[in-house]
Write a protein that binds this ligand. Structure first.
Ligand code: F6R
Length: 608
């Protein structure tokens, strides 16, 4: 999604803005722009396409002198990607410049009003409305103008603002779209995400909803919407910038896949003491755990897929009914949230608009909420009653891999904790589960090291038109993820089906040579899935099987078999996902796709 950077200090702003925007490229964008105050006027340059174009246009920032500026990478929502729709946007006389993440929902009404007052609009964006509205309310005091605008706009926004009349200041403000500020050695900075400014400072302030920041070269002042000054506590970012760089790998996705053994270990180990599971962050007493009557797992995309796995695991182990729901559905359907309901929101970014809205729905209904979140200090992490962090570190590739794997771990831990407290499993059984969990990092590593076999297979399927993923139980859950991974980065159409559902319609799509990837990791379901494999094979499908090492029978039916090491049946998704990730990755690069930044996608979907 869009990225914001701002700088005011003693150095030239433009190169710092371009550098920061580059660090945010992973979020996905279609155009970019910067505005810099040159001592007299605000100068602006923007362009559709990659940041490289903007860098060339400005000679790496050299043609835009000035020590205060704002920059933006845009992911189009209102108005097609174009030079004119790219941010920043000016008011009428170019004395106010604005960059914006989010969506102004009532922009149509505001635009009409502003046009009736004589404003002329250059772009089709909702953001330009903000620039004109600021102008409309501006009477010499930027803070008052910003607060006024905040009272009139509806929707979500993180804004960086320059006022020509106030050359020694830049402003930042947010509602429902992430924004941080920090102070570096040579000046103050704004960013929509940590990597953009980590080179300059580790001490950042997370801006809360309806807070305004005035930044000067050597000060940060925070205000609420009533323009009263407020105090804020800084947060120290623990991870290093190298964690957000490729470190010798060809792509972030490959690097992040290889980081999975460590990410899984880091998420697992601090919560295991001997043969006990300790999740202090859960904030629930045993009594409270025993009183849970129902769990909702709410999330989007891959995070939702981990929830589908978790439903099987939590219901199987802890015997608590679990409903898994897409956040975009949950938030609008008035779900029944009665006493004893626990709502678990799963999110890598902690900023996904639908997941955040779902969390707020649950809180408004008065039920207990728990976030499983990767980004420390993100909105979901801060707003949920409790949060279990997945210690995956920064995930840059748009397609999630290591965050997915750590979400599974957090959910297994939750299932086991609940199961033990509620007396559904014995101490000895828990010890066995823990032993299997602890083996996962090594087993994942083994699978990663086997990548050439998958690469060879992937190279044969670069021209595939349709791919189907099938499985039963948790194998169905992993099929959903395998299919999403493939389609999002290779642009090959693919679908996942519960294997038993094929003959209710989908099987008619199978033709000579259609690739069907069957996942069979559940011993008691081998035979069932194998008969579905026979069904598709007899209709011409080419069959890839992902199965356990002991299921050599699969070779009799499948054309190609990938084996995963044996683990507890509840945890097989942590292993089966690895070949599916590698397959998607190699198909994507074989087809020449932009694997880390697939078209039309954004890393963090902060708009609805
Ligand atoms: C797919 C992918 C997305 C995210 C989804 C939720 O590879 O990454 O489907 O899982 O957009 O994002 P978070 O977890 O940040 O809420």
């Amino acid at each position: 999604m869009c990225g914001i950077v701002g700088y005011i200090g003693t150095e030239q702003a433009a190169p710092i803005l371009l550098d920061g925007l580059e660090k945010l490229e992973y979020r996905g964008y279609d155009s970019a722009g910067i505005a810099v105050f040159d001592g007299e006027n605000i100068q602006m340059k923007k362009s559709i396409g990659r940041l490289k174009v903007l860098s060339e246009l400005t000679h790496d920032g050299a043609t835009m002198p000035g020590i205060a500026g704002i920059g933006h990478t845009r992911w189009a929502t209102h108005g097609a990607p174009s030079d004119v729709n790219a941010h920043p946007h000016f008011n009428g006389d170019a004395s106010i410049a604005v960059v914006h993440n989010g969506i102004i929902e009532n922009y149509g009404k505001l635009k009409k009003k502003l046009m009736s007052k004589g404003c002329e609009f250059r772009s089709e964006t909702d953001t330009e409305v903000v620039a004109h509205l600021l102008d409309y309310y501006y009477k010499g005091d930027p803070l008052a103008a910003i607060a006024h605008v905040m009272h009139h706009v509806e929707g979500s926004y993180a804004l960086g603002i320059l006022f020509q009349d106030h050359p020694g200041e830049i402003y930042a403000v947010r509602k429902d779209s992430p924004l941080i500020v920090g102070k570096g050695k040579t000046g103050s900075l704004i960013a929509s995400d940590v990597p953009a400014i980590l080179k300059y400072t580790r001490t950042v302030y997370f801006i809360e909803n309806e807070e305004i920041v005035r930044l000067t070269a050597d000060s940060l002042n925070f205000y609420n919407i009533d323009e009263e000054e407020i105090e804020k506590e800084p947060t120290t970012i623990e991870w290093d910038i190298s964690a957000a760089e490729k470190g010798g790998y060809e792509h972030f996705m490959l690097k992040e896949m290889y980081e999975q053994p460590k990410a899984v270990t880091d998420t697992l180990n601090p919560r295991i003491r001997g043969n006990q599971i300790l999740i202090e962050e859960l904030g629930m007493t045993d009594e409270e755990i025993r009183s849970v009557k129902k769990i909702f797992i709410v999330a989007c995309g891959s995070a939702y897929h981990t929830g589908v796995t978790a439903k099987y695991v939590i219901e199987g182990l802890a015997r608590i009914p679990v409903e898994v729901e897409l956040a975009s559905e949950f938030r609008y359907r008035n779900p029944i949230l009665s006493e004893g309901t626990l709502v678990v929101i799963v999110s890598q970014s902690g900023e996904t608009a639908d997941s955040l809205a779902a969390l707020r729905e649950a809180k408004a209904a008065g039920v207990r909420t728990l976030g499983i979140v990767n980004v420390v200090g993100s909105s979901i992490a801060r707003e949920a009653d409790n949060v279990i962090y997945t210690w995956a570190g920064p995930e840059i590739a748009v397609a999630t891999t290591k965050a997915y794997s750590t979400q599974l771990i957090a959910e297994y831990l939750l299932a086991l904790k609940f199961a033990r407290v509620r007396g559904q499993i014995t101490e000895d059984e828990l010890a066995d589960y823990i032993r299997d969990l602890k083996r996962l990092p090594q087993q994942i590593e083994l699978l990663l090291n086997n990548k050439t076999k998958i690469q060879r297979f992937a190279n044969r399927y670069l021209a595939a038109r349709d791919v189907f993923f099938i499985g039963r139980g948790v194998d169905y859950a992993i099929s959903l993820e395998g299919s999403l991974k493939l389609k999002e980065i290779s642009y090959i159409h693919s679908e996942a089906y519960a294997a038993g559902e094929l003959k209710h319609g989908t099987i008619s799509l199978i033709e000579e040579g259609t690739l069907v990837a069957a996942v069979l990791t559940q011993e008691e379901l081998y035979k069932k899935t194998m008969s579905n494999m026979v069904e598709v094979k007899s209709r011409g499908a080419f069959l890839l099987a992902v199965t356990n090492t002991d299921n050599v029978e699969a070779e009799k039916i499948a054309d190609y078999v990938i084996y995963i090491p044996k683990t507890n049946p509840y945890f097989t998704n942590s292993l089966a996902v690895i070949p599916l990730q590698l397959f998607a990755y190699y198909v994507s690069i074989g087809r020449g796709c932009d694997v880390d930044k697939p078209r039309n996608l954004a890393k963090s979907v902060t708009v609805e």
